[in-house]
Design a binder for this molecule. Structure first.
Ligand code: NG6
Ligand code: CA
Length: 510
């Protein structure tokens, strides 16, 4: 039943009835997606990490299902999140690459989103934390001192408390329901990405301002909270965030939402800033990891997960809430700040057994932790090796909640909810993902093909193998999950077959 197009799904009510009969599914379970940032396959203790312990995430995994072959749709944030929320591959549209903090909203209101699914199912919906999909109807035209004219509200989210882009990009403020939270009338906000504001200090010209973190590459523009950022910003005053409080702010708002919606079904999209750069966790995590700031940021992520679960328990909602925890892309150590992530990593392998990392076409770029916490009584198994993809969020959650996806929407998304709920271990037919240079890879449960593409073999600044090659690459994943031997020359028919399958996906005309 997995992987069938949504249009051929039985009546949704029938699907829910079937699920209920075999596993005590609550009638309208709350659904929480916890999306970590740059958290690698090997960064959690339940995925084998030994130099960091993540008890709260591990508890989620023991109460649910831990997937060992789950993939995001791109090895960077914006395109990955675009796919998760729309069920449409980011390569189908231009403008889906890593977004600036003043990018206009990339998903357009007419697109059907994961939030629309839940909205149509009668759920209250909220987005929290890192957004990174643009805001406002037009790039660089946002009024950060008034109300934004296009926001997640236009995409099915009733409520949002978000960061426009990333913690290393201006504007360094939270936005609540279209307005800068804590907006300071004495410090009106201006944001630019094309040129600096005259007379404003920069990280490149005023290094004495870098009191908290110093950059290693990039991040030499406006300084906020003693840390250099990407982009230029003026003003902000009391609205400016303190990096050490970001996790707390996101968590507090998420917990408040849980408390105020305990009486009716809700969907939450909680995107932590951890463990993206700049890594500057709260004092209470400092000195707690042998891996320094990056390890402490993992601990802080784990803390957020613990707070969300504790809130569910306190409200008696752990019995009817499904929590799906995953990451937007693979890991990186030095992503532009001198936080000693590389030096203190020791034998920790953030990408687990996989090759490459963030930005890369190799497996560590898009093989991500994926844990589905299920209410008591619904648990069928503890790990699943099924091949699954984040592209299936929209169709799977539509099937789960009994919503019909409108024709022509979320066309790449397939209903995999029975696999996600552990009722079968059916592999997706194929999984496609995109690397930084927009080249594509396709894999099935056995083989992986990386299409030829131009570009450096090694990202020097981040020390990550790109996986790019002018030659076609074929890896026999069942024997070589570490992608050590390109066997394209030995299996020309397989190369042809995978290439054609990729081509079919690419040119699909929905
Ligand atoms: C890169 C940034 C990196 C990070 C990334 C986006 C530099 C030198 N590097 O351009 O620090 O922000 O973009 O990461 O500026 S993502 O996880 O949001 O895709
Ligand atoms: Ca990311």
């Amino acid at each position: 039943m997995a992987n069938i197009p949504i249009k051929s799904v039985l009546g949704a009510a029938a699907v829910i009835a079937a699920a209920q009969s075999c596993g005590k599914m609550p009638e309208k379970p709350n659904v929480i997606v916890i999306l970590a940032d740059d958290l690698g396959y090997g960064d959690l203790s339940c995925y084998g990490a030994e130099r960091v312990s993540t008890p709260n995430v591990d508890a989620l995994a023991s109460a649910g299902i831990r997937f060992t072959n789950a993939h995001c749709c791109s090895s960077t944030s914006t395109p990955s999140r675009y796919a998760l929320l729309t069920g449409s591959y980011p390569f189908r549209r231009t403008g889906t690459d890593i977004a600036a903090g003043n990018a206009g909203m990339i998903i357009r209101p007419e697109q059907y989103t994961l939030a629309d699914v839940f909205h149509d199912a009668g759920y209250a919906t909220g987005a929290f934390g890192k957004w990174h999909l643009g805001l406002g109807s037009e790039t660089a035209m946002q009024d950060w001192n008034g109300e934004l004219d296009m926001t997640p509200k236009d995409l099915g989210f009733d409520y949002h408390y978000i960061m426009a882009a990333t913690a290393d990009r201006v504007p360094c403020v939270f936005i609540e329901n279209g307005k800068v939270d804590n907006w300071d009338p004495d410090a009106p906000i201006e944001v630019r990405y094309d040129k600096p504001f005259e007379g404003e200090p920069l990280a490149s010209t005023n290094p004495e301002l870098l009191t908290k973190l110093v950059h290693s590459h990039g991040h030499d523009m406006t300084v906020v909270n003693g840390i250099g950022r990407i982009g230029y910003m003026k003003g902000g005053g009391k609205a400016l965030w303190k990096d050490e409080n970001i996790a707390d702010s996101i968590t507090v708002h998420a917990v408040d939402f849980i408390k105020s919606h305990k009486g009716s079904p809700f969907f939450m999209y909680i995107c932590t800033n951890d463990i993206h750069v700049p890594r500057y966790p709260h004092d209470r995590f400092r000195g707690k990891s042998p891996m320094g700031l990056r390890g402490e940021a993992v601990l802080q992520f784990d803390w957020t997960v613990g707070q969300v679960m504790a809130a569910l328990r306190e409200q008696g909602l752990d019995k009817n809430t499904i929590v799906i925890l995953t990451s937007d892309n693979g890991p990186v150590l030095d992503d532009g700040y001198q936080d000693k992530a590389m030096e203190l990593c020791g034998d920790h392998r953030p990408g687990g057994p996989f090759r490459g990392g963030k930005y890369s076409a190799f497996e560590a770029g898009n093989t991500v932790p994926f844990i589905v916490y299920l209410p008591e009584g619904m648990k069928h198994k503890s790990t699943s090796n099924a091949l699954v993809s984040q592209i299936d969020f929209v169709a799977s959650m539509a099937a789960l909640t009994g919503v019909e996806v409108p024709d022509g929407m979320a066309s790449d998304s397939r209903d995999s909810h029975l696999t996600w709920l552990g009722k079968n271990e059916t592999d997706r037919d194929f999984v496609v993902s995109m690397a930084l240079n927009r080249s594509l890879e396709i894999r099935d449960a056995e083989w992986k093909y990386i299409e030829p593409s131009k570009g450096t073999k090694f990202f020097r600044l981040t020390s990550i193998e790109s996986g790019y090659s002018l030659d076609p690459q074929l890896y026999h994943l069942t024997e070589d999950s570490g992608e050590q031997g390109n066997v394209a020359a030995e299996y020309p028919e397989k190369v042809e077959e995978m290439k054609n399958r990729l081509e079919e996906v690419r040119i699909a005309n929905f």
